[in-house]
Design a protein around this ligand. Structure first.
Ligand code: GLN
Length: 451
């Protein structure tokens, strides 16, 4: 049924970069065979899923939305891919994304943009716009995203779906193509809070192959999602998460959500987190710095594309020609920014200062979580904007992650879930819930209470 739905709508939506028709049917039949044989089935047996094209899959290409990896079929499965297979999930295919997960609109994909199913002339968010569009268009009931600065939560918000950035280290990064290793985090996307919890539980847990993976039990997310409540909880509202640039209808729906939380028995506490105003600036030094280092491996020798290898050129020339042809504008911009920020003479002024700001943000969160159990905010300052509107204005594009980035810098957990439509444009608005590290279960407890 989902393959038929993809056939009917994906030409317009363009959520998928690769559809694994044969593989999906084979997995579905294998689940049937197991069931008939009375064998034990995985927790998500037979449920179709759309996988962001940033996770390696040994039976499907992995492009990361980039020309530089066009046609590359990895020799191994990411840990997350293995966990999905162990859960007996049916992987439908790989979803579109901004190249190397750099962007907020999926317009930076080398393979063309994805449309927002609510209005195909608008962006589905990014970088994981393909995964959220697949959910919103009913092409898949579950999807996987990655969130470095908001790429799970912002697409969820603008497509009216649910997305969770687990605690940093909660889901393995092994086999997830690296953008900014200290920020990148894979996580679940779904249409309901309970579905997200079931997927979260299936993909989380310690992995010895990822040195930043947390060696502790997975927070009880499914139990929390089944027992939604905010009775007696302290909920923080941060004053830095509103003001200029926020759409009136977004703030209206957010304020209504805060009233709902109060009416369900929560106490609301006003919080001041002054360093959050610096989060975007710090992020756009740290993330490009790590990107410039991580993307050095795309040298035309190891993977994918190789340009100009005609026997007359040096290896360096082939590397330069390949990177020139294989990377898009935004990726090049980040490599240049990051290389500059890390260069001797500038390192302390840029990268060093950004790391200090990162510590201040973490401290603001620590102080906040002494007073409250969770923090709530709008997920994004605006609803989905038209395709093309911010494509030539990187600064305007970067503002889409104003509310999501502090969480990545601190490494804690956050969810976006729908909280109604903005009256002025009828488009979905996202409510963000933020919890301390390894308290991801609180997101689900609160999320399922207000869903
Ligand atoms: N939009 C942000 C960026 O372009 C975040 C992307 C992400 O979370 N992968 O860096």
């Amino acid at each position: 049924a989902h393959l038929a739905r993809i056939d009917a709508v994906d030409e317009k939506v363009h959520a998928f970069l690769h559809i694994d028709r044969e593989g999906a049917l084979a997995q579905a039949r294998a689940v049937d065979a197991k069931r008939e044989a009375g064998e034990k089935l995985g927790p998500l047996a037979g449920v179709p899923l759309a996988l962001k094209d940033i996770f390696t899959t040994k039976d499907m290409p992995t492009t990361v939305g980039s020309k530089i990896l066009e046609g590359w079929v990895p020799p191994y499965d990411a840990t997350l891919t293995q966990k999905l297979r162990a859960a007996d999930v049916v992987i439908l295919g790989k979803t579109n994304m901004d190249e190397f997960a750099m962007g907020s609109s999926t317009e930076n994909s080398a393979y063309g943009p994805t449309g927002n199913p609510w209005d195909l002339t608008r962006i589905p968010g990014g970088s994981g716009g393909g995964s959220s569009a697949a959910l919103a268009s009913y092409e898949a009931p579950l999807a996987i995203g990655t969130d470095t600065g908001g790429s799970i939560r912002q697409p969820a918000a603008v497509t009216g779906t649910v997305g969770v950035k687990p605690t940093y280290g909660g889901v393995s990064r092994y086999g997830m193509v690296a953008f900014s290793s200290s920020l990148d985090q894979g996580g679940p996307c779904a249409r309901t809070v309970l579905d997200a919890a079931l997927l979260h539980e299936a993909i989380a847990g310690h992995d010895p192959l990822d040195s930043t993976s947390i060696d502790a039990p997975v927070p009880p997310v499914v139990e929390a999602a089944r027992n939604g409540s905010v009775q007696g909880m302290r909920v923080g509202v941060v004053k830095q998460f509103r003001g200029e640039g926020y759409q009136a209808g977004v703030l209206q729906r957010f304020d209504e959500s805060v009233e709902l939380l109060k009416s369900l028995g929560a106490t609301v506490v006003e919080l001041d987190c002054p360093s959050f105003d610096l989060a975007l600036s710090a992020y756009y030094l740290i993330a490009p710095s790590e990107c410039s280092s991580n993307l050095a491996r795309f040298d035309a020798m190891r993977y994918g594309l190789r340009v100009g290898d005609d026997g007359t050129k040096s290896a360096e020339e082939v590397t330069a020609l390949t990177r020139e042809a294989g990377f898009g504008d935004e990726v090049k911009r980040r490599i240049i920014l990051g290389t500059y920020a890390l260069s001797s003479g500038y390192y302390d002024a840029y990268y060093g200062s950004a790391q200090k700001v990162r510590t201040l943000i973490t401290q603001d969160f620590e102080k906040a979580f002494e007073q409250v159990d969770v923090i709530v905010s709008p997920t994004t300052p605006t609803t989905a904007f038209p395709i093309g509107e911010r494509a030539d204005d990187p600064m305007a594009m970067y503002l889409a992650d104003l509310c999501t980035i502090p969480t990545n810098l601190a490494g804690n957990s956050a969810m976006s879930l729908p909280c109604g439509l903005a009256p002025e444009d009828g488009l979905p608005v996202g409510l963000q819930i933020i919890a301390p590290a390894m308290k991801d279960d609180r997101l689900y407890k609160v999320g399922s209470a207000v869903e």
